[in-house]
Write a protein that binds this ligand. Structure first.
Ligand code: BGP
Length: 486
């Protein structure tokens, strides 16, 4: 029975607007997700808009806003971020359960508008900072290291509404001020940081980037996010040389649909367009094929003097990613979202989840190797897991053997990457280790956790936490440092 190397980090991952709730408590300002309704596998999540002519309209969030439109809260809809699963009031209990499971790391995001309600204030909101200090204190009790995502797919509404978020350079200054506040305030208490979540998903995701969705706006926004991240990395090292800085990428693996050269080529280009993000940020410069990408999309990037130096001075220390699935890509494949992070053609060799995500543990080993081959920097699996419908058994417990199987298969492949291939993997944080609201559909029934939360898709339930069968299994994995996966 082979264990992972000493010091390997085992834990869970969450995001504020899917987990925290308390959307109008503690001085928090509105965030872009506070306007997003629930949806389902078949119905996209939506935002209600006041249109340029004063009438009301409703569009799928991912379509972005038409010109002149404004988002606002429409109060007879259900907005899952408002309560989420109420970590805001349950954090002590939730962290105690993490401690009981044996986690030694917990990844969570700080909500930007809890610290700077509009993004523009000169001084941070003390109450917001105190909440996260309390979270850190609880983690310290159980010897759980924090891994903080500074920005998980969101913006203070004020910046989104008035400046279209990352399309304006002003957002760079607002972000760096916010990041600096966290770095100084939590100095010595947190050494692992992610500047952004799934930064390569910013095309097609207005809540985190820009409501205008034309290529020029979105790709200019990406540049601004790269600059903000690099400035933050540099600053983080100045504030505390022990800080280790990463950014998270959605890196589900891609395979050619057939061995026809056109399909192999299409897959290669799709993958490279994704790796372009980590190329810029891990190496600190735009890669040689940037012009090819920009020409294909008709983009003319505006850089300010000094931007290239900023990128060079702030390369990441490690590369982290989410891995849920693989997809097959060919020359006629319609890639559905954010340059093909979802979608792809069916793979007849793989089973899929109820939400249609193909399950491919071997792709995880390949992704770990691919990233280390390319960057020679430590890698960290900061999201992975199985979103499924969990039923409570007669004994009152969820028997989620399917989740244990999924995780065991992925851990076996991760183990091969570490012990057989020599990839320095820092750790693994399972997505939604305590059940939370789904990002893509806003549902509650798409559950990932080791810990069940009693709440339904419309926010009804007692919020009671209970251990699923997978809880004890993960406890054993943590105790044996991955040696015992049975
Ligand atoms: C990633 C996000 C998470 C998350 C996860 C699972 O893209 O970083 O926020 O939720 O995917 O997706 P979903 O919640 O749609 O199942």
């Amino acid at each position: 029975m082979r264990a992972f190397p000493d010091g390997f980090l085992w834990g869970g991952a969450t995001a504020d607007f899917q987990f925290e709730g308390g959307f109008n408590e503690g001085g928090k300002g509105l965030s872009t997700h506070d306007f997003e309704t629930d949806g389902s596998l078949h119905e996209p999540r939506r935002v209600t808009l006041k249109l340029a002519d004063g009438s009301r309209g409703s569009v799928p969030t991912r379509d972005g806003f038409p010109d002149g439109a404004e988002a606002w809260i429409y109060d007879d809809e259900y907005y899952p971020s408002h309560k989420a699963v109420d970590f805001y009031h349950h954090y002590k209990e939730d962290i105690a359960l993490m401690g009981e499971m044996g986690f030694n790391v917990f990844r969570f995001s700080v909500c930007w508008s809890r610290i700077y309600p509009t993004g523009m204030e000169k001084e941070p909101n003390e109450e917001g900072l105190r909440f996260y200090e309390d979270v850190l204190s609880e983690l310290e009790k159980y010897h759980i290291q924090p891994l903080i995502t500074i920005c998980h797919d969101e913006l203070p509404d004020h910046l989104a509404r008035n400046y279209d978020g990352w399309s304006d350079r002003l957002t760079i200054d607002c972000y760096v001020k916010y990041a600096e506040t966290l770095l100084r305030r939590f100095k010595g208490r947190c050494h692992l940081w992610l500047t952004f979540n799934e930064i390569n998903a910013v095309s097609g995701y207005p809540q985190m980037g820009t409501h205008k969705q034309d290529n020029q706006t979105v790709w200019q926004a990406k540049h601004h996010m790269f600059i903000a991240s690099a400035l933050t990395v540099k600053l983080a090292h100045e504030i505390d040389p022990e800080n280790q800085m990463g950014t998270m990428y959605a890196f589900s693996q891609m395979f050619p649909k057939t061995c026809a050269p056109e399909d192999i080529e299409a897959c290669y280009h799709a993958r490279r367009a994704n790796l372009w993000f980590s190329d810029v940020m891990a190496r600190g410069y735009y890669p040689n094929f940037t012009d090819f990408i920009f020409k294909e999309r008709n983009i003319v990037l505006k850089k300010e003097p000094g931007d290239d130096e900023i990128l060079r001075e702030g390369p990441l220390d490690f590369v982290s990613f989410s891995y849920y699935r693989s997809m097959t890509v060919g020359s006629d494949t319609k890639l559905t979202w954010a340059m093909g992070l979802l979608g792809g053609d069916p793979n007849p060799y793989l089973k899929s989840t109820n939400w249609g995500w193909p399950i491919d543990p071997k792709g995880l080993r390949m992704t770990l190797n691919e990233l280390y081959d390319r960057y020679q920097k430590p890698v960290f699996v900061v999201e992975n897991g199985l979103g499924e419908i969990d039923e409570i058994g007669e004994d009152g417990m969820v028997h989620d053997g399917y989740r244990i199987d999924y995780l065991r298969d992925h851990f076996e492949e991760m183990k091969k990457a570490v012990l057989d291939d020599g990839v320095p993997v820092m750790g693994y944080t399972m997505w939604g280790s305590t059940d939370l609201v789904s990002l893509s559909t806003g549902e509650m029934k798409k559950r990932y956790g080791f810990i069940y939360v009693d709440m339904d898709d419309k926010g009804n339930g007692t919020l009671k936490r209970s251990r699923k069968e997978s809880f004890a299994w993960m406890q054993k994995v943590c105790r044996t440092n991955g040696a015992d996966l049975d």
